[in-house]
Design a protein around this ligand. Structure first.
Ligand code: AMP
Length: 300
């Protein structure tokens, strides 16, 4: 398959196998209506592009359980609290389409901002995320999860998937989207897939493309630190483990650590003490070479 510049000027393109690329909501919606009428089951993998094997693992899961798999590529401006982060977000559309074609995805949705947020679209609503957006990513990225809900609300209304595929890499985001689905009554089932890692343990991320080779090696300390917490955690106080973890990241070259937290895995309540029974997850966010990385690990 040859993807040319012309490909991206077209509104929908038929590539060598049956993968179709849509840029217009109306065209995608018309096709989805037909697929639904035929009773076909739709799996949906929303992404912001700059794809890696973590994204492809979600596509593979979707392909196993659905008749049609749809992947969206949309760098959503409303979820970036820092405009510089939005400007620097990697965009690799041609390579993404090649990877998706090889993965066997059926439909790619590649809309411009004006299709997702047209002037006539009323996107001013507030999503009642309550506690979920006051902690961790919500605390350090104000407005981020409102933006995530805004785009997911729109995408789920368009795609009408039976199954939605999300990565555990964005643990809190999975909980936020679960809440959005409850709030809005979407009839889609969430499937959460484990985090794909590089050989050294670094969680695959589109943002890793902005790191030097040295930083990619140094950043593997996140995984090692999470594994240490998992192996070392005991009942009683867990505060010392969080402090130790922050120091461990700083010593390995992280300029700034937003948080290392140990939380109730079901509610994300922040824990300083553990009773030995509550299911736990450790989560962190830290900057290296100016790039903000997040990761997490379920502790039992
Ligand atoms: P993003 O393009 O970063 O918005 O991610 C799109 C989807 O891929 C989200 O559901 C992410 O949680 C998931 N994802 C990102 N990185 C990974 C990874 N390393 N392993 C598995 N899933 C991932």
């Amino acid at each position: 398959m040859v993807v040319t510049a012309i490909t991206f000027k077209l509104q929908s393109v038929h590539l060598t196998h049956t993968m179709i690329v849509y840029k217009k909501v109306e065209q995608l919606s018309n096709n989805i209506e037909k697929l639904k009428k035929k009773g076909l089951k739709i799996g949906f993998v929303p992404t912001m592009g700059a794809l890696h094997n973590g994204h492809i693992s979600l596509v593979e899961l979707s392909k196993k359980a659905n008749d049609i798999s749809i992947c969206s590529i949309f760098v959503n401006p409303t979820q970036f609290n820092d405009p510089r982060d939005y400007e620097k977000y990697p965009v690799t559309v041609e390579q993404d389409l090649l990877m998706l074609e090889r993965s066997g995805v059926d439909i790619v949705f590649l809309p411009p901002v004006s299709e997702i947020y047209p002037a006539c679209y009323n996107g001013d609503q507030h999503y009642a995320l309550d506690y979920l957006e006051t902690i961790l990513e919500g605390r350090y990225r104000p407005g981020h999860f409102q933006g995530v809900c805004k785009v997911m609300d729109r995408l789920l209304q368009i795609v009408k998937s039976d199954n939605l595929y999300l990565g555990q890499k964005d643990y809190q985001q999975c909980m936020v989207i679960k809440k959005l689905i409850e709030l809005k009554g979407f009839d889609t089932k969430i499937n959460i897939s484990p985090t794909k890692r590089e050989e050294n343990g670094l969680a695959m991320s589109s943002r890793n493309m902005r790191l030097s080779e040295k930083a990619k090696q140094d950043a593997a300390i996140i995984y090692k630190t999470l594994v240490f917490i998992k192996e070392d955690i005991k009942t009683g106080s867990v505060a010392h483990l969080k402090d130790w973890a922050v120091q461990s990241l700083v010593s390995a070259g992280f300029e700034k650590v937003d948080y290392v937290e140990i939380c109730n895995a079901d509610t994300l309540e922040l824990m300083d003490e553990w009773n030995g029974k509550t299911p736990l997850v450790a989560l962190c966010a830290a900057f290296i070479e100016g790039v903000r990385l997040i990761d997490n690990m379920i502790l039992q």
